[in-house]
Design a protein around this ligand. Structure first.
Ligand code: UDP
Ligand code: MG
Length: 329
């Protein structure tokens, strides 16, 4: 990557009217301090509080530096960011929240890490200024993601992040509707790191995530990452069936020792038989889950791989005939 790789800053905005002036001021100051080409891509995610007009005005006032993409309705933070990625031109893409919880002054530090050669730079919120239940919940989620992806990042919820162009291109070529960007990025990144960043209280307004929206987001995260819960059904079923066979054998043995009275004339045996079939049903569900998991993977149409570079020319290759970075469908 060249010394002066360009930077696109992508910000999703949903009903953030009172934050926009300060956001623009601080973000543009931080962008100018980078000393390299930059652009600001603002995505209005269907705001209804007048943010839309403010963003459009900002794009007119700062033509050549600011672009506003106005969505017709609310599609959610992650979709809004993907929309911004699609329109952004930079070699390095940075995302942050519009409510100034992520200090724009940290952008330089993220970009510096990409310059060092990292594909994705995450950030860990120091002294996080959110409600206790959000922090506890996040802690659990981060632990789960670490365990299931094996990628030891500590703060998947923080959207102050930077990505190299090719990782973003790979994410854009995924066709899934429900996604969680930090997890998706890890699939296509070789070198990932995270840096500590400051965290402030939301400058104005309230969080745009209701409890229901948060729960939905966690399901997006889970299903974007793994189909393991479907497979677990089979394991649970196998365990129930195995235990019921043991239970049946125990009943039979005790019946000979204590006689039919003790066994309540077969009621317990019935339990053992019932458990066996309950287990079998779980196994069948799990088996269906395996198929559904594969259908799920196929409909997402994620790219299978990213070719970093092609070295050497052979028959039929004309110079410049093909980009060296290819992202097959
Ligand atoms: N946001 C969005 N669409 C949504 C919800 C949120 O674009 O449907 C934006 C919001 O404007 C902000 C960022 O995503 O820039 C993070 O939202 P918020 O600060 O409400 O989330 P929290 O900090 O409570 O997790
Ligand atoms: Mg926030």
């Amino acid at each position: 990557m060249t010394e002066r790789a360009s930077v696109s800053i992508v910000i999703p905005v949903y009903n953030e009217r009172d934050n926009i002036a300060a956001l623009l001021e601080r973000t543009m100051r931080a962008a100018r301090a980078l000393g390299r080409p930059w652009e600001l891509v603002l995505v209005d995610d269907g705001s209804r509080d007048g943010s839309t007009d403010l963003l459009a005005q900002a794009a007119r006032d700062h033509a050549g530096e600011v672009k506003a993409l106005l969505l017709n309705r609310n599609y959610g933070q992650h979709n809004a960011i993907l929309c911004g990625f699609g329109a952004a031109q930079g070699d390095i893409l940075v995302t942050l929240d519009a409510d100034l919880q992520n200090p724009p002054e940290e952008i330089g530090a993220l970009v510096a890490k990409i310059d060092e050669g990292f594909d994705v730079v995450g950030s860990v919120r120091q002294d996080r200024q959110d409600a206790l239940f959000r922090k506890v919940f996040s802690g659990l989620i981060n632990l789960m993601v670490r365990k299931s992806t094996g990628v030891t990042l500590h703060d998947y919820g923080c959207m102050l992040r930077a990505y190299r162009r090719r990782v973003v291109d790979a994410m854009l070529s995924c066709r899934e509707r429900h996604t969680f960007i930090p997890v998706l990025a890890n699939l296509f990144a070789k070198r990932v790191c995270e840096i500590p960043v400051g965290h402030a209280e939301r400058a104005k307004g309230d969080s745009k995530y209701s409890v229901l929206k948060l729960v939905n987001l966690q399901f997006d995260l889970l299903t974007c990452m793994t189909t393991a819960p479907l497979r677990m059904l089979s394991w649970i079923g196998a365990a129930i069936s195995a235990l019921s066979i043991g239970f049946g054998a125990l009943l039979l043995a005790l019946r000979f020792v204590y006689g039919p009275e003790w066994a309540e004339h077969g009621v317990f045996t019935l339990f053992a038989v019932a458990f066996f079939f309950i287990g079998a049903q779980f196994i069948a569900l799990g088996l269906m889950g395996e198929y559904i998991g594969r259908i799920h993977a196929d409909v997402r149409e994620r790219p299978r791989y990213i070719v970093d570079r092609v070295v050497g020319e052979t028959l039929g290759d004309r110079p410049g005939a093909r980009s060296t970075v290819t992202i097959p469908n």
